[in-house]
Design a protein around this ligand. Sequence first.
Ligand code: 5GP
Length: 201
Amino acid sequence: MNQGSLIVLSGFSGAGKSTVINQVLAQRPEIYFSISFTTRQPREGEVNGVNYNFVTREEFEERIARGEFLEYAQYNGNYYGTSMAVLREKMAQGIDVILDIEVQGAALVREKMPESISGFIVPPSFQDLENRLRGRGTDDEETIQKRLDIARVEAKEVPKYDYIILNDAVENAVAQVFAILDAARCRTQGRMDLLEDFKGE
Ligand code: 5GP
C-alpha cells in the first residue's frame, strides 16, 4: 500500500485557515487532522483532544525530553507541537494527514520529512486581512496591529512553501487543497507499482 501524504498548512492569523481546514475535513472525512499539543489555555468552545491536547508547560517539556515531537515551536508565549507517533501510524496505513502549524514548525517538517507537501493560505490582499481582523470584532487595536506585524514577518517565509492557496472564497481554497492532495497521490514515486507488469527480464 502507498504511504499517505503529509500536507502542512500555514497561514496568516485571520486568513480563514481554520474554516478552510474544517471544510476540507468535512468533505473528506478519511483525511486525518493531526491534533497538536499546546500549553495555551483553551478558548471558549474548544475541546481537549479535539482541537488540541491541552497540557501544562511541565508536561510539554517532558514530552520534548522524551523526543515525542516531530516539531515544536513557541508562538505568542506558548508551546505548540506535533506528536510523531500517530502521524506515522496513519501515513503507514495510507491515510493523508493534515498539519495546521505556523512557519517555524513548517520549516522543521520540511527538513525532517522532505516528502511532505506544504501550502500557505493567503487572503486576496493585505487590506483584506486587515478588514477580516477588524470584522471579527474579537481583537482590540493593539492585538490587530500585532497580528498584522506578525503577518509581515511570516510573509517572508512563504517562498519556502510548495504551494500558495488563495482564500478569496472558502470553496475555492478548499478546491485548491484537494487539487494539491490529488496531485500528491499521482506522484511517480508512490505509483511505481502500476508498472510492475511492464518490467522486462
Ligand atoms: P492558535 O493559538 O490560534 O490555535 O494557533 C496559533 C498558531 O499555532 C497557528 O499559526 C497554528 O497554525 C500554530 N500551531 C498549531 N499547532 C501547532 C503545532 O503543533 N506546531 C506548530 N509549530 N505550530 C502549531
